[in-house]
Design a protein around this ligand. Structure first.
Ligand code: NAD
Length: 478
């Protein structure tokens, strides 16, 4: 979705931006130049133009699938439906997927797909035809399959499109037992997993909880540790922004003081209830005029209001040379992919803002997609085999304790501790563990290496070193 140059002459091409971020990290590494180059380049790009009959007319759609790195297989990444998506965007987003998977220790290479269209301009039936035809094109060239390349939702696509993709793949591969693993982000009723829909927002919650746990880091930006009472502005009330804001408000005690959407923003220093704002937008068709809140007709201006944490969760290139100097947040939490330009980042780092990079922060989606893929390959819901048994074990243990101390444990506590894990419990537990472990790895890199002073560079170094290890241990064919 990159428009390429801003009015201030800033390069907004996402491919160039990711390339600059990579080069900054590569410069602090002692690795053979050729190896770094191989890790950086996008290995394979498939461009296709196909016709779909829309009403009485034939329409030609341009689409891509980029596979950035096959150092681990399958490769994985979302499919974007947007009228401005370009081949370079898809290549850049595929490379972010490689780094993201490496950072959260998900054993996939990176990929991304895109179809140039505005989904709002087509009916449900038309979108189904376009999605099925795109899938058929991917099948024809071996760009999809449970062990090859596994798409997922991204901007402009969701569970509905993933179900159509799964069904089309199954039609072309009758009788193959692992077909459902060809795509993730499916409806739960069609082999999806509980917790996938909200996974990216949940991942942001778990990551921020971990970031804010470190008192000495928080001291550097003059914040107390912990998320309780922290003020937050969120840009984008879509899948990522809505869930991140909701969990931060309802489970972490943050105060959501501002929400920006494309038609405008609302601000209330006393705190907004995310569910109510979401409902208001749904009912009225606009976020503006939410009772008790101040309107921002220009939603970009809302990002410059006072807050502890700013979460851009809409699109790339939102924090640029134009607004970076005006931001007042202490922590910039990149929910979207590529929301901050390198020049804006330089300004923010000089202002001592902690930037939690996209390649770590929004990796919750791919992490839970990995769990969904595992579920599809094992053909059983997580928790199904052990839930009741674990419950019985705990009930027996509680009974034994009660008998030996001669005292009854209150029923409410008994119920809580003897509850066996359901699928959603296990998904969230796996996600929390993943986000904590990955942050600790990045933080450790920053602490150990004196030539790294920002989290993005540390995250890239982490990713590059892990991909390099694959190449060095596996060797390079032939
Ligand atoms: P989405 O389509 O569900 O939501 C995006 C929201 O942003 C929409 O509500 C839209 O109206 C709003 N928006 C668009 N332009 C805006 C503007 N100029 N100002 C304010 N709001 C604006 O998309 P999503 O899935 O939430 O993805 C958002 C970002 O997060 C993208 O960069 C995507 O690549 C990234 N991401 C998504 C996932 C995921 O699991 N969905 C995972 C990782 C990263």
């Amino acid at each position: 979705m990159s428009q390429h140059v801003s009015s201030l002459g800033e390069d907004l091409n996402l491919y160039n931006i990711v390339s600059r971020q990579f080069d900054k990290a590569a410069a602090v590494l002692k690795m053979p130049e050729g190896l770094l180059q191989q890790i950086k380049v996008c290995n394979t790009v498939y461009m296709v133009q196909f016709p779909v009959k829309i009403g009485e007319k034939f329409e030609i759609f341009q689409a891509w699938r980029a596979e950035h790195s096959q150092h681990k297989k399958p490769v994985k990444g979302g499919i974007r439906y947007s009228e401005t998506v370009t081949q370079e965007d898809v290549m850049a987003l595929a490379s972010l997927m490689t780094y993201k998977c490496a950072i959260v220790n998900v054993p996939f290479g990176g990929a991304k797909g895109g179809v140039r269209l505005n989904p709002r301009s087509y009916s449900r039936d038309q979108l189904e035809k376009i999605t099925r035809r795109y899938t058929a094109e991917l099948i024809a060239k071996n760009f999809i399959g449970p062990g090859i390349d596994v798409p997922a939702p991204d901007y402009g696509t969701g569970e509905r499109e993933m179900a159509w993709i799964a069904d089309t793949y199954d039609a072309f591969n009758p009788g193959e037992i692992d077909n459902l693993g060809c795509v993730t982000g499916k409806p739960v009723t069609q082999g999806g997993i509980r917790g996938r829909r909200e996974a990216t927002g949940r991942g942001i919650q778990f990551a921020l909880k971990e970031v804010f746990r470190h008192e000495e880091d928080m001291k550097k930006v003059k914040l107390s540790p912990g998320l309780q009472g922290k003020t937050v502005i969120v840009q984008g009330l879509g899948n990522v922004g809505f869930h991140a804001a909701l969990f931060l408000e309802e489970e972490e005690g943050c105060k959501i003081v501002g929400i920006a959407e494309f038609e405008g923003g609302v601000y209330d220093p006393k705190g907004l209830h995310v569910r109510d704002v979401f409902q208001h937008r749904k009912d009225k068709g606009s976020i503006l005029n939410f009772p008790g809140a101040k309107n921002f007709k220009n939603s970009m201006q809302l990002l410059e209001e006072e807050c502890d944490i700013l979460v851009p969760a809409a699109l790339e290139n939102q924090i640029t040379l134009e607004n970076a100097k005006n931001l007042k947040c202490k922590v910039l939490a990149e929910g979207a992919n590529g929301p901050t330009t390198p020049q804006a980042e330089d300004i923010l780092l000089k202002k001592n803002v902690i930037i939690i990079p996209d390649i770590y922060l929004n990796a919750g989606g791919v992490t839970v997609s990995y769990f969904e893929w595992l579920k599809n390959l094992s053909h059983v819901r997580f928790g199904r085999m052990e839930k009741r048994r674990e419950e019985q074990t705990m009930v027996n243990l509680v009974q034994t304790i009660e008998d030996s101390v001669g005292k009854k444990i209150p029923d409410t506590i008994k119920k809580k501790i003897s509850k066996g894990p359901s699928e959603i419990d296990l998904v969230n537990s796996g996600l929390e563990e993943t986000m904590i472990e990955a942050y600790q790895e990045i933080r450790h890199i920053m602490a150990e290496r004196k030539n790294i002073s920002d989290l993005r560079t540390a995250a890239y170094v982490d990713a590059i070193e892990k991909v390099a290890t694959s190449y060095l241990e596996l060797g390079v064919f032939p």
